[in-house]
Design a protein around this ligand. Structure first.
Ligand SMILES: [Mn+2]
Length: 309
């Protein structure tokens, strides 16, 4: 396999960058299937296997700055939250207007990343692809784990429940359902399958129109046939193609400011590395959408850095 520089050959050390990447290699020690802390390095490694050409054959250019991993001196959740939020705040401060990509870790890394983005964008909308609603008020006697993403976003970060869209959910604990229903948009995997991806995008658009977006991809949201290397696989999710089309639709319709990809567990992904390859492919396509959005914003149909293959 040909070796390419990290991030599809787009790495840039000096500001200003178009994209900043932050690894968040933190996971819940209570999890029965471990290894999501190894996610960031695995995705970085796979980002060396493709060049900066989208799946529709558009070569593009962006400056991608990888800040490395957020570092926490201790393993307690409050310290980790602070480390992630501080890293994301610093990154977006040093690279104003840059798209933020966070790499998990488990899903507990999302609320602090969103908190950093919401400092500058009070009307931020939140879209989550996940098999689970992550709507426990308390999980194993704790308030701030990967299982409480929605309550943390609403009660601590300040995201409005009505500005929250939950997609592909299909596995619930009874006590989560009432909390989950506070979200403005809930489209189960069954409904997504029934109505199709364009209608899912339209459904998100109906509730979140005009807001900038943060998109969180828990890889267990996809069908385990596409994403087997996750801690909590659940059958019956959308495939890679549907999720790629969803992302394209969201970028067509919204100003997407940030994304995270969480819950990749590389050691459960061996030997084929299907899920790691998927995560890197999603990053590549999203970078293509970011480049396209920047071109559109600059009022150009085609930049000098871009050509169609
Ligand atoms: Mn999750």
């Amino acid at each position: 396999m040909r070796q390419i520089d990290p991030w599809f050959g787009l790495s840039a050390d000096q500001p200003p960058a178009d994209v900043v990447v932050i690894g968040c290699p933190f996971e819940e020690p209570l999890s029965p299937r471990l290894g999501t802390s190894e996610g960031p390095e695995a995705i970085r490694r796979w980002s060396r296997t493709s060049e900066a050409v989208t799946e529709t054959g558009v070569a593009f250019s962006l400056r991608v700055h990888d800040r490395g991993d957020a570092l926490a001196a201790t393993t307690d959740r409050a310290t980790r939250w602070q480390a992630i939020e501080a890293a994301a705040t610093a990154a977006t401060g040093e690279h104003p207007g840059a798209f933020l990509l966070g790499l998990g870790g488990d899903h507990s890394v999302t609320p602090p990343l969103v908190a950093a983005m919401r400092q500058q964008h009070r009307d931020l909308g939140f879209v989550m692809i996940d098999a689970h609603p992550d709507a426990f008020l308390r999980y194993q006697d704790e308030e701030d784990t990967h299982a409480s993403v929605l309550p943390l976003l609403w009660d601590r970060v300040g995201i409005e429940p009505s500005a929250t869209a939950l997609l592909a959910v299909r596995s619930f604990a009874p006590e989560e359902i009432g909390t989950m229903r506070r979200a403005g948009t809930v489209i189960t995997a069954h409904e997504w399958h029934a109505i199709g991806t364009d209608a899912v995008v339209a459904g998100v658009g109906a509730r979140l129109s005009g807001r900038p977006l943060y998109v969180s991809i828990d890889l267990d949201g996809l069908d385990p046939a596409c994403a087997p290397g996750v801690s909590y696989p659940v059958a019956g999710g959308p495939g890679s193609r549907a999720v790629l089309e969803l992302l394209r639709g969201l970028w067509d319709r919204f100003d997407v400011l940030a994304m995270d990809i969480v819950e990749l567990a590389p050691r459960l992904d061996q030997p084929a590395e299907t899920t790691t390859a998927l995560a890197a492919h999603l990053c590549l396509q999203v970078f293509g959408h970011v480049a396209d959005a920047r071109r559109r914003r600059a009022g150009k149909t085609e930049s000098p850095h871009t050509r169609t293959v």
